[in-house]
Write a protein of this length. Structure first.
Lengths: 203, 198
């Protein structure tokens, strides 16, 4: 009888060791407070809002630990934005007789894209059903999906020549309006010629 | 006869045979679990431009901060300094940034005795941009929204009290504007003017 009991205990111990996951490290193992201050001179002329959909699929695992798992799908619908504008320090102003040539640099993406927090909610996460053995779509899975989606948004904006041209033109309009205050103070009369840096070479 | 021999063999060695089967089963389960692997992941993305919002923000200082944010299991009895993960619903490390800007449209310029006085509008701190949220513990996906909010609150709180950041906003914004108007003064042949940024 005692041999039977011993075998039972050994089995239970085996199962316990196999099936118990290891817990993650203590909070103190993580470094914090990495801070960096960046000095810039970016004039943002547009905020472009994109409607995004992510289709995330997580297959069931293989092996004994994943028995009875099912494939999972998650759809996320959210609004994100990308900022566009110019670097003001790249604006060049050169006098050419009675004409002032103002060179407006190409527009670019400014900073990193982000989600529009006003309507970003987990109510816009649509998950398929799970089974007895959970195949959980975790917070880290969603983080990865959102990061890749933001990259996609940024790529779309970077390749949208029309959008970049609009952003550059608006920069020119903002600068032109602002500089009237100074031009009026000059005793000499100048004409202002605005030159926009080309976004791409026409072949 | 053979059947009798087999039967008696089992009777004599019952304990050893059962023990052996238990060990084999245990090892089989152990190996089966250890050789388990997570399922693969695939993603598809669709994006379409929804609308364009005009802006005239001149961004001069961005504050990038990697922080740890925590949400307690019990808000009423919570020790935020605890290092025991079981005290928290989740613990995340966030990569984020917050940017200061002024409205370029609202810059006012007037002249006073060969001095160009440039008056800047008040600098605004934009909403934090959360680049990444990594969970220390495994939590379901619906916690992601809550984790983002906590990261954003924490970054905003720290940036408001960061003296170095606030000084940089004042100093660098003034430098950017001064450099810009200096180009204009030179171009307009107004080199006898000085610039004061307020």
């Amino acid at each position: 009888m005692s041999m039977k009991k011993n075998i039972k205990y050994i089995l239970i111990l085996f199962l316990f060791v196999c099936l118990t996951g290891c817990s993650k490290g203590n909070i103190e193992d993580i470094d914090e407070n990495l801070k960096k201050i960046e000095l810039t001179s970016n004039l943002v002329t547009y905020k472009a809002y994109y409607h995004n959909v992510i289709e995330y699929k997580k297959d069931k695992g293989t092996g004994l630990a994943h028995i009875f798992e099912v494939d999972r799908e998650l759809f996320i619908e959210y609004s994100g934005y990308v900022k566009l504008g110019i670097d003001l320090s790249d604006v060049k102003i050169v006098t050419n007789g009675n004409q002032i040539d103002v060179y407006v640099p190409k527009a670019k993406i400014i900073g990193n894209p982000d989600v529009n927090d006003k309507n970003f909610t987990s109510e816009n996460f649509y998950e398929s059903r799970d089974s007895i053995n959970k195949n959980v779509i975790t917070g880290d899975d969603i983080n990865e999906a959102i990061q890749l989606s933001k990259e996609e948004m940024k790529n779309m904006a970077e390749n949208d020549k029309e959008l970049l041209r609009l952003a550059q033109n608006r920069a020119k309009a903002i600068l032109a309006e602002n500089i009237k205050q100074v031009v009026e103070l000059s005793e000499n009369k100048y004409s202002i010629n605005w030159e926009l840096e080309k976004l791409y070479e026409v072949k | 006869m053979d059947k009798e021999k087999i039967k008696s063999f089992f009777e004599k060695n019952k304990k050893i045979i059962l023990g052996g089967c238990a060990v084999v089963l245990g090892v089989g389960i152990f190996v089966g679990v250890m050789r388990s692997s997570e399922g693969s992941v695939s993603m598809k993305f669709k994006s379409s431009l929804d609308n364009l919002q005009e802006s005239s923000d001149l961004e001069t200082v961005t504050y990038r901060y990697d922080i740890i944010a925590k949400k307690c299991n019990n808000e009423k009895k919570c020790n935020m300094k605890s290092n025991n993960i079981k005290d928290f619903e989740f613990v995340v490390s966030c990569e984020s940034s917050i940017t200061a800007s002024i409205k370029f449209d609202n810059i006012k310029v007037h002249e006073n005795d060969k001095k160009l006085i440039v008056t800047l509008p008040k600098a605004d701190l934009g909403e934090p941009v959360i680049d990444s949220v990594n969970f220390l513990n495994v939590v379901p996906g619906e916690k992601f929204e809550s984790a983002r909010k906590i990261c954003a609150e924490e970054v905003k709180k720290r940036s408001l009290s960061d003296v170095e950041f606030n000084e940089a906003i004042k100093d660098h914004t003034a430098d950017v504007i001064k450099n810009y108007f200096e180009q204009w003064i030179k171009a307009l042949d107004m080199e006898d003017y000085t610039i004061e940024v307020r």
